[in-house]
Design a protein around this ligand. Structure first.
Ligand code: KG4
Ligand code: ZN
Length: 414
């Protein structure tokens, strides 16, 4: 058995020749025997270049991540060609760091799992072409990964959770409620009809110029809102949760965002300040925005739980709700969801914060799950393409809406 014991130089824009140089720079020598299957996971669907090696038992042997958040914060959002360039500059180093930290050589891997859908086309392309070169060089099976499936299954790495369970995925790019019936068996109950909650929080934070706030300058928009909300009084503003009359599990955030934008403009006039300066009421606005978003998410999730229970899709007792994605690290939103799960006798589970945001571990773990289930393991990658848009599972959101379940009012005292 061989282990890897060398780090190579960093290249930009890895070409096929450079990949071979990179691979050739590793020294192999006799080492430990791996009893479990090993999967390398590679993630580049959005603005994080991430890789990890996870074994069949769920042990994380090594990981590495390069976040582009700081760059994108400065430009006020993700510019796809910039994201692509940063992925190109970092993917080789990140994969190499994950392998080196794991003390695993590419030849010892059982498979390579990579996010191929959904996501930014230019970003997905970097991870896919890099992975296919590794697959080709080391003659390894390839496991294409759906980014949202990976978020949904992460909880099974950290907790003992049997199928079926309900999952709420809330991040900067996605917002959905789904029933997870198996490794590759999802029922989509509802999704955002416009933007995702993280995207909305990022836009509000930008409109409030929180990047100029001394306490928030390095935080993502959502984190900045959560941070500032703690210092504010939500009662000073009254934003109505969206879609109160639609008895389905869909979400909407762009209407609310416009209402908030108008409110900010009014306040700027009142306070006599220019756009770009921080309002004295920024913390109150942050608190009210966070509360409204939490109530909206909680209500839709409550209806999804009731629907699943009514149809016998979830266990009647001890049903599990998993919440993941970047916005799931928001403790206020988690508390709102806890009120819902307490009222419906469900267990609320969230992966640890670092596994809620994009990472390589969740991709490697999804690879392990697929390897164990014998699902979607490719020995021939001809014709494999990335898919920027790709729905999750079977969409039954229309049926959920037709059930028109009335959700009892819960006191959101957080
Ligand atoms: O899952 P993620 O890393 O990337 C994808 O969007 O797929 O999520 C990033 C999003 C950003 O919109 C960010 O503002 C939001 O998650 N976020 C938060 C918090 N931390 C990150 N939103 C609310 N509260 C937080 N503490
Ligand atoms: Zn994500």
């Amino acid at each position: 058995m061989l282990i890897l014991n060398k780090t190579a130089g960093v290249f930009f824009k890895p070409s096929r020749r450079k990949i071979y140089e990179f691979l050739g720079s590793f020294h192999f020598h006799p080492g430990k025997l791996f009893l479990h299957k090993l999967v390398l996971g590679i993630e580049t669907s959005c603005d994080d270049t991430a890789a990890a090696v996870v074994d069949e038992a769920g042990n994380v042997l090594g990981e590495a991540i390069h976040s582009q958040t700081e760059v994108h914060l400065k430009t006020g959002g993700i510019i796809p060609p910039v994201a692509q360039q940063l992925h190109r500059e970092n993917i080789q180093r990140i994969v190499q760091e994950a392998l080196s930290a794991s003390e695993v050589s590419p030849s010892e891997l059982s498979a390579i799992a990579t996010t191929i859908k959904p996501g930014l086309a230019l970003s997905l392309g970097v991870g896919l072409s890099f992975s296919l070169q590794l697959v080709d060089q080391f003659k390894k099976p390839f496991i294409p990964i759906h980014h949202m499936e990976a978020h949904a299954l992460t909880i099974r790495l950290t907790n003992t959770v049997e199928f079926p369970f309900l999952v709420l995925l809330i991040s900067g790019g996605h917002c959905l409620l789904a029933l997870v019936r198996g490794v590759s068996d999802f029922l989509l109950l509802g999704k955002s009809l416009d933007i995702a909650p993280g995207d909305m929080l990022d836009k509000v934070a930008r409109r409030l110029s929180l990047i100029k706030h001394p306490e928030c300058s390095t935080m993502s928009g959502g984190k900045a809102i959560e941070h500032l909300a703690k210092q504010g009084n939500r009662m000073h503003f009254d934003f109505q949760p969206p879609m109160q009359r639609a008895k389905n599990c869909d979400f909407s955030f762009s209407g609310l965002q416009h209402v908030i934008d108008k409110m900010i403009m009014r306040k700027e006039k009142e306070e006599g300040i220019e756009q770009g300066q921080i309002l004295s009421s920024a913390a109150d606005i942050a608190a009210a925005v966070q509360h409204t978003v939490a109530c909206h998410i909680a209500k839709r999730t409550h209806r999804a739980i009731l629907f699943c229970k009514q149809r016998g899709l979830l266990r009647p007792s001890n049903a599990v709700l998993v919440v993941s994605g970047g916005v799931a690290s928001n403790l206020y939103i988690r508390k709102a969801l806890e009120i819902v799960t307490n009222a419906t006798q469900c267990t609320l589970l969230c992966p640890p914060a670092r596994l809620c945001t994009d990472n390589g571990i969740m991709i490697a773990w999804n690879g392990v799950e697929r390897l164990r289930a014998g699902l979607g393991i490719l020995h021939n990658t001809e014709g494999i393409r990335y898919e920027p848009k790709c729905p999750l599972g079977v969409d039954i959101s229309k049926e959920v809406g037709e059930a028109a379940i009335k959700v009892p009012r819960l006191k959101m005292k957080i």
